[in-house]
Design a protein around this ligand. Sequence first.
Ligand code: ATP
Ligand code: MG
Length: 559
Amino acid sequence: MSSTEKSPDFVREIIAAEIASGQWDGRVVTRFPPEPNGYLHIGHAKAICLDFGVAAEFGGRCHLRFDDTNPTKEQVEYVESIKEDIRWLGFDWGEHLYYASDYFEQLYQWAVELIQKGLAYVDDLSADEIREYRGTLTEPGRESPYRNRSVEENLDLFARMRAGEFPDGSRVLRAKIDMASPNLNLRDPVMYRIRHATHHRTGDAWCIYPMYDWAHGQSDSIEGITHSLCTMEYEDHRPLYDWFLDALGIHHPRQIEFARLNLSHTVMSKRKLLQLVNEGIVTGWDDPRMPTLSGLRRRGYTPASIREFCDRIGVGKTQNLIAVELLEHCVREDLNKRAPRVMAVLHPLHVIIENYPEDQVEELDAVNNPEDASMGTRKVPFTRELWIEQDDWREHPPTKYFRLSPGAEVRLRYGYIIKCVGVVKNERGEIVQVRCTYDPATRGGATDRKVKGTIHWVSARYALPAEVRLYDHLFLTPKPDEDENWQAQVNPNSLERLTNCYVEPALANAAPLAHFQFERTGYFNVDPDSAAGRLVFNRTVSLRDTWSKIEKKEARSGG
Ligand code: ATP
Ligand code: MG
């Protein structure tokens, strides 16, 4: 189903109804608010497509705001990667780039205002004590002995917290709400903590930092956001955001929560992804096995395929697990239209065509993409010595094996029909060479003679050596997160490096990240590690689409 036939999701329905009833003066302003403490992943892509998509559809705008309230975990590297990834996905925040850290002074002033209104206080309890006093879902919390300090004392202490008089962890500023609230978020949440740490943007200007919950809603308000779209785990925080905004009497965006994306055979928490990087389980945030946007890009995923995926999974409120096969299906569909087809041999077997002249070279015409005639044709050199796939030859073929075997004939793609007339084995009895003859009358299909099998090949003289990296799921099980020891689920065979491959010479100058279909073996792209003389390709996906099977099964089980 394409997006145009689809009925709008509940988020779009809510917004459309509000706009129709004249709310917000017809304006829609959304934002994507990442914390720059890691690289973006495919889950973020869902949020980005929604935030930017909704804004565009309602003629509004979407801000990019870095929620950079935690100086110890955030880095400039992450800020830059996040911008790059959003642009790559195809979205643009224009001039609306913001940082929560730009609002530190305003947030401080608002905190002072709450103190003056008797709605916030400085607490000397330790973090452990605060937790202990907080109570549980079944037990109300207890009030801190510091809760009823005078406004003057609170103002003085808070100013001295800012001035750097107190060590980390010695005091916090808390909102004075309700220690007996059934919603734990309302039990006097911490607004500020002391952290003598250097911030990636504000440097050493501050030694108190706002908590996310105190910064987030006010940042949305400052920017005039109309619709704060966020994931379900913030539903319980909404009453707190409402409380802050109402206490301050400032612009009050509408928050709408939706279910986060969970994808099978991977983990998505930034903490876990960072662990994979730090422990060397992957080569970096952009390892092609990672669910990060930089990993998917390096793997050969296109922005269009990821947007299509986000469109297909839709937006709802119920948690579910999306099969990674759907993502693979989307990139296959896109690359089928876009990627030129070429020939590459991954597991080479040497073929000699005995009756083909030693010095002869023919330039055969090959079609770049049968799905798209405008992509044209190219020349492929044909010579006496070739490489074919080991798997395309069997000494003892099973029934219905239509490729090469002793005495059998097969068509070489774009070339001739050849016949196997013998083999050469080494002293260990392994086949090192297949001897064939060719029929000159069959060039490029110019014959009535039909053979059942067609195989790909490259010229041994002109082919370029290449390394090809094949990938499997990074995790063995669909939900590695379910296991306390999720790292035990890492697939030890998620990367297979084939260092002895050959590709046709047309690939000599292929640009980094360029996409190809290697005929019969999958969609591949040029890895950024690739260099002239040392070509490296990643397999994005194989050609075998398993999604339709899964889809049918899910439909049957009502999933
Ligand atoms: P983590 O919990 O791994 O640290 P996060 O949700 O804290 O991730 P943020 O940088 O705060 O990461 O996320 C920015 C935005 O992306 C938030 O609005 C968040 O709701 C959204 N988001 C994060 N993960 C997903 C996901 N899996 N599916 C949909 N949206 C997501
Ligand atoms: Mg977060």
